[in-house]
Design a protein around this ligand. Structure first.
Ligand code: FMN
Length: 209
């Protein structure tokens, strides 16, 4: 089948889009409101955007508390969702008024960051401290209405739980990152395999990942 998303005539019972680019990592975004209220929400239109130096990106549709906070404070943290944290992640996507501390509401611990004022999720195996690089309001060339803002963050601090480092490497089996599939489906990383790049012998060395 083929469809043009500008007409949205896919003929399927549900829009398939979120099931097409999968799995998507979940950026669990923590931020601080202008009044100092900690905020937390999951975003799966999220990814690492660059490596050296590291950048991340996520998209908010429409404008939500996280984006309002980041616009004001110019910083946020990204917490990685482990299998053990899946229920709290889901809970934090519920509607909470901006004056509600979503760490408290979800039973999570707010830990301090080092290079930004926003808190991070203490229970999360990985947390990325970010400063705002830019926000981009998407304006489709088709002229279709759009309420999406992309946020790009520069990573300025990285927390890694010692428990997921095995022989110097990050071991995903120790925390099983949760990712978003289509509809209401999720996956947790279970099986991994190694492939060496054909054109760079040094990449085959175990220390060049
Ligand atoms: C797994 C998951 C992924 C989500 N991804 C997004 C997303 O990429 N963009 C978005 O705007 N909302 C997304 N949502 C919905 C937000 O998490 C939800 O609107 C939340 O209340 C936003 O929190 P905030 O207002 O505190 O920022 C997602 C929800 C879940 C459960």
């Amino acid at each position: 089948m083929f469809y043009d998303p500008r007409s949205d005539e896919h003929g399927l019972p549900r829009n398939p889009w979120t099931a097409l680019v999968t799995p998507r990592p979940i950026g669990w975004i923590s931020s601080l409101s202008a009044d100092g209220v900690p905020n937390l929400g999951p975003y799966s239109f999220f990814n690492a955007a660059a490596g050296v130096p590291p950048f991340v990106t996520f998209s908010s549709t429409p404008r939500k508390d996280s984006l309002n906070n980041i616009d004001a404070s110019k910083e946020f943290a990204v917490n990685i969702v482990s299998w053990d944290l899946r229920e709290q992640m889901n809970l934090s996507s519920g509607h909470f008024d901006p004056d509600v501390d979503e760490f408290r509401a979800t039973g999570l611990t707010a830990a301090p960051c080092r290079n930004i004022k926003a808190p991070r999720v203490a229970e999360s195996p990985i947390a990325l401290e970010c400063v705002l690089y830019d926000t981009i309001e998407l304006k489709p060339r088709s002229g279709l209405p759009c309420k999406t803002t992309m946020v790009i963050g520069e990573v300025v601090g990285i927390h890694i739980s010692d428990e997921i480092i095995v022989d110097g490497f990050i071991d995903v089996a120790r925390y099983r990152p949760v990712c978003r599939l289509g509809y209401m489906e999720y996956a947790a990383v279970g099986e991994t395999f190694t492939m060496h790049r054909p054109d760079a012998e040094d990449m085959a060395r175990a220390d060049y990942r």
